[in-house]
Design a binder for this molecule. Sequence first.
Ligand code: FAD
Length: 476
Amino acid sequence: MTLAPDLLILGAGPAGSRAALRAQACGLAVVLVDENADAGGQVWRARPPGFELRGPGMNPDAAAGDALRAELRAQGVVCRFDHKVWNVGTDLRTDLVGPQGLVSLAPRALLVATGTTERVVPFPGWTLPGVIGLAGATILLKSQGMVPGERTVVAGNGPLLLAVAAAILDAGGQVQAVIDLASRWDWLRTAPALVGRPDLVRQGLRWQSQLRRARVPVHRRHAIRRIDARADALEVHIGAVDALGRAQGEATRMLSTSAVAIGNGLSPSTDVTRLLRAEHDYRPELGGWIARTDADGRSSLPGLYVAGDGAGIAGAAAAGWHGELAALACVHDLGALDAPAYWAARGQLQAQWRKAARFGRAMAGLMALKPGAVESIDAQTVVCRCEDVCRADIDAAVREGACTMNQVKAWTRCGMGPCQGRTCGDVAAQLVAAQVGRREDVGYFRGRAPLRPVSLSAMAGDYTYADIPIPKAAPL
Ligand SMILES: Cc1cc2nc3c(=O)[nH]c(=O)nc-3n(C[C@H](O)[C@H](O)[C@H](O)COP(=O)(O)OP(=O)(O)OC[C@H]3O[C@@H](n4cnc5c(N)ncnc54)[C@H](O)[C@@H]3O)c2cc1C
């Protein structure tokens, strides 16, 4: 494998994989990297080798993923799966850690297609065993047909609520209740985006009728207030919320269950572009902070491109077209495609992308962070679970003068743990902004290597202690 490809693509989801296919077809030497064992990303996740899922409706996205993986193999795209990107330098040199240790690549151009991270607005009990992310639940369901528990409460906001509840029923599990922050009207408002997408209308109706047939209660405009662990069950207390997600009155109902899948939307993954100090903009309607790009994914830094949900949430279908657009821009910028061919292909891809993004953007609106839900977090609730930092610690830091996310991090260690703030960053920033000003003013955690946890033995490699040269002490 060349260690100096024309184009290195980070992330083999729909965006990265389609980008690799397009760039290679245009003659570039491409390497595609992903921490997973195969291509497909989050939505078209591959099953472990030899693992078959049986039953109606099991992993409806499997066929799309299988087709993509077959195309990558047929085109002979060079892939580095099971490799985590843990560092990227300003010269775009990219360091990976994989089963054989460390690898460094020095590409001419870098395309970041690292997707999104799940967001959960904390409440007492969100870190208990048995409480998992909604998006995380799709990993269990899609890769191995596993249900989160014998009985599951599914809660949060956005389309993954219905997708996960239906997938649990398909897998033979029991959904005890769906707790939706949104109202029926919030859902109805997305209807215009469904025009021209009968496939999605059918899918939505199928999910609804599955829930009705299984007599799953749906509590709209409600949220989980707290979860208590009992000897053999989780007690989930729920209550009403207003349109901003703010708690209204006391908890009104208690459900006893074995698992909870909860998610409050997705945030674009910007760890690589933040590490490289690219320009970013706060765009809540696209999921939060995103790298500033032109319509073709060119960032503010030469040779650096961004595509897919990591460049603003628009869903899997749009991610694929966006990946191709960014790859085409890169092919053109590297001089491998003349202007007429570039503009002709670009026009077609833009039209496809716009059509797909319309629906994805409407869904992103349903998943947007609700400021009232963040406002309702109790003082003693843990916000940063890696470092056990609770809301009161963040509020105290702000009172003492911290007014940016990096100051809050230095004061409290919030965002300093192994996840590097991917889980807590958005909610913590919303808490700080509520006291200090706008989200734009408080900024975001500076990107830092290692982007993923790397063991010291992987970094140091094999050595014999006795062979380490120890300099003699200088004569006094
Ligand atoms: C956990 C999860 C589950 C989801 N499930 C669904 C679903 O069931 N249905 C649905 O419609 N949408 C789902 N989504 C949203 C969905 O991911 C997107 O709409 C779509 O997959 C976006 O495609 P993408 O190519 O931009 O990113 P992704 O598909 O997310 O692909 C990005 C890839 O980059 C890899 N990556 C990121 N950082 C690194 C790194 N440092 N080193 C190596 N590899 C890295 C990731 O592992 C991933 O494979 C989910 C999102 C998440 C976070």
